[in-house]
Ligand binder design. Structure first.
Ligand code: UDP
Ligand code: MG
Length: 309
């Protein structure tokens, strides 16, 4: 018998807990055929609704269901990390509670693991049902990210991924505080098979990601997997120095030839504003990295557990 750990981060998903369970175990004949035992780990990320009660109800009916409950909302990344740490399986799969990651894909995914792949990842090829503005910024983010980072980050990649023990251990080895899972998956490498499917809209409840949350998350991704912004800051500084030097020479020569009529105050103000703006911007970039380093150095736990059933 092989053990498969199914890790499901949940934040206010009371309506989806039961549906997910039903949908997952529709694969029971397949699990039986392949002699796969399943442990289903719901990681409750400090939900304020009845998520925990729903999971406990399931746990009392089926001992394959487990609950890890956080002391507060730590974010999906923390939930994934906790799930992977608790998983005992020879394989682990990450799935969203809202059924946007169809459990019916599992047999196909497992097929590739049998063929020798270390991990099977999924990406959605469409962004159907998503606000166009969000899709636009998402595309821009992936394009930028892949230019400035050596780690491959796939556009439309979901966190829905089946991994062998080896890959799970590799991910657990990356115990950083600022976790950007999409980057971490790319960073650890291993033989990965990509499956594609059309975007499926959330069944019940609503998305937990506001535009602002996604924006902050994207900055997290950039600082975690690229230091190019720091180089940009330095290069910009150098360019402005060269420009200033040329202007000084020009002004001296001009003054020597034509005398010194006092003019140019408006342009000077503009230049001062521009340059101080650039300075603050670069300082901000440095500040981003400094703040991430600060959080990292503190070595705070990534999550705190309230209940572990
Ligand atoms: N989630 C979580 N903690 C959070 C936000 C989300 O554990 O702070 C979970 C959520 O319950 C769901 C998954 O992460 O199972 C994906 O969230 P959601 O469906 O809201 O994101 P979207 O699919 O809209 O990107
Ligand atoms: Mg979703």
């Amino acid at each position: 018998m092989k053990l498969l750990s199914v890790i499901v981060p949940c934040y206010n998903e009371e309506e989806n807990i039961r549906d997910f369970y039903d949908e997952l175990f529709k694969n029971d004949p397949f699990f039986k055929e392949k002699e796969i035992e399943v442990e289903l780990l719901y990681v409750d990320d400090g939900s304020k609704d009845k998520t925990v009660e729903e999971v406990k109800k399931l746990h009392s009916q089926d001992e394959r269901v487990h609950l890890i409950s956080f002391s507060r909302n730590f974010g999906k990344e923390a939930a994934i990390y906790a799930g992977l740490q608790k998983a005992k399986g020879d394989m682990a799969v990450l799935m969203d509670a809202d059924l946007q990651d169809p459990p019916s894909l599992l047999p196909e995914m497992y097929g590739y693991i049998e063929q020798g792949y270390d991990s099977v990842a999924t990406r959605r090829v469409t962004r159907k049902g998503e606000p166009p503005v969000r899709s636009f910024f998402a595309r821009m983010f992936y394009r930028l990210m892949n230019k400035i980072s050596k780690t491959e980050i796939v556009d439309g990649a979901r966190d829905y991924r089946l991994m062998t023990r080896q890959v799970v251990d590799a991910i657990l080895g990356m115990s950083e505080y600022n976790r950007f899972t999409k980057g971490i998956f790319g960073w650890v490498g291993y033989e990965t098979k990509w499956l594609e499917y059309e975007n499926i809209e959330r069944k019940k409840g609503e998305t937990k990601w506001s535009f602002w949350k996604l924006f902050v998350y994207s900055l997290e991704g950039i600082t975690a997997f690229s230091t190019v912004p720091l180089t940009v800051a330095a290069v910009m500084g150098a360019l402005f120095c060269i420009l200033a030097f040329c202007l000084i020479l020009f002004t001296i020569v001009k003054t020597l030839i034509f005398g010194d009529p006092t003019s140019g105050w408006p342009s000077m103000i503009c230049i001062i504003l521009l340059v101080s703006g650039v300075q603050l911007f670069c300082l901000g970039i440095v500040g981003q990295y400094l703040s991430k380093t600060y959080m990292e150095v503190k070595k705070r736990p990534i999550y705190l557990i309230k209940e572990d059933i």
